[in-house]
Design a protein. Sequence first.
Length: 340
Amino acid sequence: MSAGPQAQRGTPSVLALPGAGEDLRERLVAGLAAVEDLIAARVDVEDPFVAEAASHLALAGGKRFRPLLTLLASELGTGADDRVVAAATGVELTHLASLYHDDVMDEADVRRGAPSANARYGNSTAILVGDLLFGTASDIVADLGPQAVKIQAQTFVRLCSGQIRDDRPCPEGTDPVAYYLSVLEDKTGVLIATAARYGAMFGGCDEHTVEVMREYGERLGMAFQLADDLIDIASGADETGKTPGTDLREGKRTLPVLYVLASQDPADARLRQLLAGDLDDDAALEEALTLLRVNPAMDRAREHALAAAARAQEVLGSLPGSEARDALHALATGVVTRVG
C-alpha cells in the first residue's frame, strides 16, 4: 500500500500520524489493506459493466479517511478484527456511494483526478451505481448485528437529509451560517461519527468510549468538511484531483462565501457581485477565486475549522492516555491543515 500521494496532499497518512508508533502504524496499514481487499471483492459483481462502474471511484484511490478512523478507534479497545474491517468497509462504501450521487448533483467532470462516474457513464448509471453501493454497504453491515443496522439506517437518513438541504437555498428568516453548519453536521459529520463509533463498538470498548468516539466523530466531521470547502477555493486540481471552484460554480454558499456576502466592506463589492451572479463563465469564476483566496473571509473560515478540530480534541480528554488517543488527537489537527 503506497502512502506517497496521501503523505503529500491528503489527510495524514498512517505513516504521518504523530503519536503513532511503528507497531500501531503497521496494524493500521494491515487493516487498510484488508479494507481494500474487501471493497474490491464486494464491488466485483458478475456483470462486467456493473463491476467496472461500481469500482470506478474505488480504484481511483482516495484518502480512506473514514476506514482509517474506524481502525484507529478500535485501537482504544482490542484493535481491529474481521468485524472492525467489515464495519470500516461498510462506512467507506457508503461514502463512495454518496460521491456518485454528489457528482450527479454537482454535474462534476472530475473526481480524484479521473473522469467522474456521471461524466463517464451518464447520470442514470451513476445514480444507480450509487444505490448499488449503498445496498452493498448495508449488506455488509447487516452481518454485524441489529444495532449496527440501526446505526447504518439512521446515518443514511441524516446523510440524505443533509444532501437535500445542501442542494436548497437557506430558508427565509434563517441565519445562513447556522443553516450551513447544520447541513454539514448531517452531510459529513454523521458518517464520520459512525466510522468512529463502529470502531469503538467492534473494538470491544465500553459504552462511555463508544459515545466519546461518536461525539468526536461528529466534531471531526465538521472540521473535515469546513477544510474541504476551503480546499475547493485555495488548492489547484493537481493538489486535489478535483476541479477548483466547483462549489462556487454550482452556487454553493460555503462559509467563506457567506462571510463575504454578509460583508459591508466596500473593498468586497466586486467579489460580492461575482458571488451573487452566474459563475458558469470561466473568466468570472477565475476572478472570483483570485479575489476570494486573498480575502479575510478565508482566514475567518479557517479559524472556524481549527476551532472545530479543537472541539473534537477536547472530547478525547475523558479517555485514558494511550497511543491511539494521541493519534486521534493528531488526526484532528491533520484534517484542517491538509491541502487536498
